[in-house]
Ligand binder design. Sequence first.
Ligand SMILES: [Zn+2]
Length: 187
Amino acid sequence: MSNILIVDSIGQPVRWAAATRAAHYYAVGKVIADLGQHHFSLSGGFNRLLAKPSEITCSSIVMVRGKHRLVAQRNFVGLSRERLFLRDRYLCAYCGQLFNELHLTIEHVIPVSRGGTHGWTNVVTACRGCNHRKGNRTPEEARMPLIYVPYAVCRNEGFIISNRNILGDQMEFLASALPRHSRWAKC
Ligand SMILES: [Zn+2]
């Protein structure tokens, strides 16, 4: 089942949760608002008052009480191969072609051996051919200009790229607070 996006009382994403966990927030009265357009029904135990099985309906975006303390601690999104390809939407930064992840590599714009960092602002997605051709050179030296600029992934974008089964309303909610340079920002 799709993951549920849990947001705090000021609309900051807190976590992706399984519907059963989201149902727990409803059961303990922590939910302030349903913000999603999709709804999922879960059957729980037997409700003796109503003499029928109890059922909880979860929204695809659930706002819970409180400003979540995890938010402050988790603004930084770690760099990984998969997240980088998703940031760059599987486009090679040099030839501009779309590739399957098997044919893509992490490319350091300034090579690490020459002082470049292994961080979001110095890495791009490159196909194997372009990575090999560029070798241990800068884009200027290789005469291979970048077709897009690398940037650090923000928290909301981190949520978008960490859920491959993201629903349309969840995407819209997270994309509405993205910086303009994000490739996931709404045009
Ligand atoms: Zn390429």
